[in-house]
Design a protein around this ligand. Structure first.
Ligand SMILES: *Cc1c(COP(=O)(O)O)cnc(C)c1O
Length: 428
């Protein structure tokens, strides 16, 4: 029987010094009847906590670790780089290489700027879109999460949703008033919004595969409709691919679905586990950025060589032929396996999967937007989480998060996970 005594002690200690005991709310076990587990190390598909328990990991640092923990080439690249110094505050050749790799993979990105997080990427993309269009309003979708940017913390997903504050206090009314939020996958709602105030809308920002209210794929025609309505009204379309970029396909969701945005935000996978974000798009728009143009955006540690080399090495491994096919195929097998396990145990679930993103929703109905996601039995999900944890499987501690697979997850891990899931479903 597993125990988590040391984790409990560490959490009590952390809570004295750090608000809620965590440095990011999604790490708290908000909807789970337990304290967070403190991890110590990871290798491949596994991570190990401070009490010596091992887990097959489907959180993967919330998406970045697409090659699994402590991948040999990534570790070696960081090690050889760190000996040369940790950064210079000058341009380095590596930054151009990472930029070129991103641009080669994503045709809509003609120029790109590196930042340190997904939040910085979306924040900067909004400023740029507003400057380019000379308009102020921003449209997002209920349950999508784009980082903790003031105008985007309206009906937000991820931790904001889990902890019951999807619209954050502290955002000035004047800022919140510039944001509109529509239901995901609802073409009529967005058309109606544009019909009413299209002239004032600078941009629509969307997760082309929603991953922060659980994994919810775009329904056929949804992304195309966003492309068309923004074009007709002179607004920009921003794909927030911080999660989906280089995760659901080489490049990202825009390659998978063949819809071309004006601006793209990246993060997570492109940093290979270290802090990297990026935003890019049409040259004409990107040229507005300082020092080429007047829109200010900067970062002391942007393009940090250690982070960039980790990202570069990760993308190099992902560019090998067949990597994404295998990731998708294994993810599909896992998703089907969990669905069958639930059926065998008589527990109704709704399973989603796009590439190596997946979610097990405790719902009898299809989950296509925030309303249907919120109708899930989150209390039952919480118990399922703990039952999996007991059996050495670590999924995100919230119904409103996506699961991730890495290239280190083999057939054995998938079989083990499906078996653990069936036991967990039976014990609910
Ligand atoms: C994680 C995430 C962000 C925020 O990235 P951070 O690096 O946590 O700031 C933004 N958008 C999406 C879609 C994300 O999944």
């Amino acid at each position: 029987m597993r125990n988590w005594d040391r984790s409990r002690e560490l959490f009590e200690d952390a809570s004295r010094y750090i608000p809620g005991g965590v440095n990011s709310p999604a790490r708290a076990f908000g909807s789970v009847p337990m304290h967070p587990v403190f991890m110590e190390r990871g290798r491949g598909a596994y991570m190990y906590d401070v009490d010596g328990n091992g887990y097959i990991d489907y959180v993967l640092s919330w998406g970045p670790l697409v090659l699994g923990h402590a991948h040999r080439d990534v570790v070696a690249a960081i090690q050889s780089r760190v000996r040369l110094g940790t950064g210079f505050g000058t341009p380095t050749e590596l930054e151009t290489e990472l930029a070129r790799t991103i641009i080669d993979a994503i045709p809509s990105v003609e120029q790109v700027r590196l930042v340190n997080s997904g939040t910085e990427a979306t924040m900067s993309a909004l400023r740029l879109a507003r400057a380019y269009t000379g308009r102020e309003r921003i449209v997002k979708f209920d349950g999508c999460y784009h980082g903790h940017v003031d105008p985007l913390l309206i009906k937000a997903g991820s931790g904001a949703l889990t902890h019951g504050e999807p619209t954050s206090p502290g955002v000035p009314d004047a800022v919140a008033a510039t944001t509109r939020s529509c239901p995901y996958n609802d073409i009529e709602a967005i058309e109606a919004l544009f019909a009413a105030e299209g002239e004032q809308i600078a941009a629509v920002i969307v997760e082309p595969v929603a991953g922060n209210m659980g994994c919810i794929p775009p329904q056929p025609g949804f992304l195309e409709a966003l492309r068309s309505v923004t074009e007709r009204h002179g607004a920009l379309l921003i794909f927030d691919e911080v999660m989906s970029g280089f995760r659901v396909a080489w490049g990202g969701a825009q390659i998978l679905y063949g819809v071309t945005p004006d601006l793209t935000c990246l993060g997570k996978v492109i940093g290979g586990g270290l802090p990297v974000g990026a935003f890019g798009g049409k040259r004409e728009i990107m040229q507005l950025l300082s020092p080429a143009g007047a829109v200010y955006q900067a970062g002391t540690l942007s393009g940090n060589p250690l982070a960039v080399v980790a990202g570069h090495e990760t993308l190099a491994a992902l560019s090998e032929p067949g990597v994404y096919e295998q990731l998708s195929e294994r993810s599909e097998r896992l998703s089907w396996g969990i669905l069958r396990a639930a059926e065998n145990a008589g527990v109704p679930i709704y399973a989603t999967q796009v590439g190596s993103m997946f979610t097990t929703f405790f719902s009898e109905q299809p989950v296509t937007d925030l309303t249907s996601a919120q109708a899930c039995d989150t209390e039952r999900f919480g118990r399922f989480f703990v039952e999996l944890l007991r059996r050495g499987v670590y999924i995100a501690p919230s119904q409103f998060e996506s699961g991730f697979l890495s290239t280190a997850h083999g057939e054995g891990e998938i079989e083990q996970t499906v078996a653990a899931a069936e036991e967990a479903f039976r014990s609910l």
